[in-house]
Design a protein around this ligand. Structure first.
Ligand SMILES: Cc1cc2nc3c(=O)[nH]c(=O)nc-3n(C[C@H](O)[C@H](O)[C@H](O)COP(=O)(O)OP(=O)(O)OC[C@H]3O[C@@H](n4cnc5c(N)ncnc54)[C@H](O)[C@@H]3O)c2cc1C
Length: 291
């Protein structure tokens, strides 16, 4: 199917994007186009205009910066999945994202799709949102009234719903640099055709004196939005990272009533998959943390 007619604008700067959004209230931002264009072709979205932000100078790249709570990695919103996959900075300082990127779609999707587009789109089956929650990431949003930074928990608000408001633009994602004694892992049960997550779990575990001093575990794919599995996190914290402890902590991690069910996988099957992926992710993160 073809898209409905639309105007095309290419923004050369963040300011220009904001001005174009103000002048075109029915416009949508275009990043890699790998979620938006299929939606337009299916007529699930019919914006009157597209504002292409993919070539804005300064919105692409990955760098380490000194933040208020220690070093952090700043990822420009227009950084592609491929840039993430091949980033030495992320390989060293945030192996979770480095692990997640090559699991997304196929090479064409990874060449065009962007981290910012994926995070702003908030597809319930997207991979990054669970990682952002497990890492304790935050997102910088720019609008006419200025700039604000929102923690991942407050950023993801529902299915395809985020804290980015009308006329606003996500410009960067901030991720803490991995600390000593920390292990990170992502396990997903992927849809065999699209590679989207049917159930994906990201885990960040910090070991101290042989016990899990902290554990952040987050889920994507199975429910309406990515969420932290706080009950699992509480059950893990302060415990030895043995296979039995981890298996017991993830048991009944989610209730089928809180999950999606469709022709790919029933809610009951997804609940089972969540347990399996959570066990695998936490165990592997703990083993990495142990060195
Ligand atoms: C065949 C296929 C397989 C895929 N498999 C996976 C997979 O396995 N895992 C996965 O996670 N994803 C998958 N995807 C989705 C892919 O990762 C997309 O690239 C991503 O979801 C959207 O990023 P984009 O840059 O293409 O954004 P676009 O499609 O350009 O935009 C998506 C939405 O976000 C908005 N937007 C974009 N940038 C911004 C911004 N800076 N600020 C505010 N709003 C913005 C747009 O207006 C639009 O509404 C797949 C896609 C395809 C086509």
């Amino acid at each position: 199917m073809y898209t409905s007619e639309f105007e095309y604008h290419r923004a050369g700067s963040v300011q220009e994007a904001l001005t174009l959004m103000a002048a075109n209230p029915d416009a949508k931002l275009l990043a890699g186009g790998h979620s938006l264009v299929p939606a337009m072709k299916l007529r699930l979205a019919s914006p009157g205009a597209l504002i292409d932000v993919s070539r804005i100078e300064g919105l692409r790249g990955i760098r380490v910066e000194r933040g208020t709570d220690g070093d952090e990695i700043v990822i420009g919103a227009m950084t592609t999945h491929r840039d993430v996959e091949f980033s030495d900075v992320l390989r060293e300082h945030c192996p979770l994202l480095h692990e997640v990127a090559p699991l997304i779609g196929d090479p064409m999707v990874r060449n065009r799709g962007t981290v910012g587009g994926a995070v702003a789109h908030a597809d319930p089956a997207a991979d990054y949102p669970a990682s952002m929650l497990a890492l304790g990431a935050s997102m910088t949003i720019v609008g006419a009234s200025g700039e604000r930074t929102v923690p991942a928990e407050a950023f993801f608000r529902g299915m395809f719903e985020t804290a980015v408001g009308p006329g606003e633009l996500l410009t960067a994602i901030h991720v803490p640099v991995r600390t000593a004694g920390e292990g990170q892992a992502y396990e997903k049960f992927a849809h065999p055709a699209s590679r989207y997550a049917i159930a994906g779990v990201a885990a960040v575990v910090r070991l101290q004196d042989g016990v899990m001093a902290s554990a952040r575990v987050a889920l994507t794919g199975a429910g309406a939005q990515a969420t932290r599995l706080t009950r699992v996190e509480e059950a893990l914290t302060g415990q030895s990272p043995t296979a039995d402890v981890i298996a017991s902590a993830v048991r009944g991690a989610v209730h089928p009533d809180d999950l999606l069910g469709d022709h790919f996988a029933s809610a009951e099957y997804r609940a089972h998959l969540v347990e399996v992926q959570a066990r695998k992710a936490v165990l592997r993160a703990a083993r990495i943390a142990a060195g």
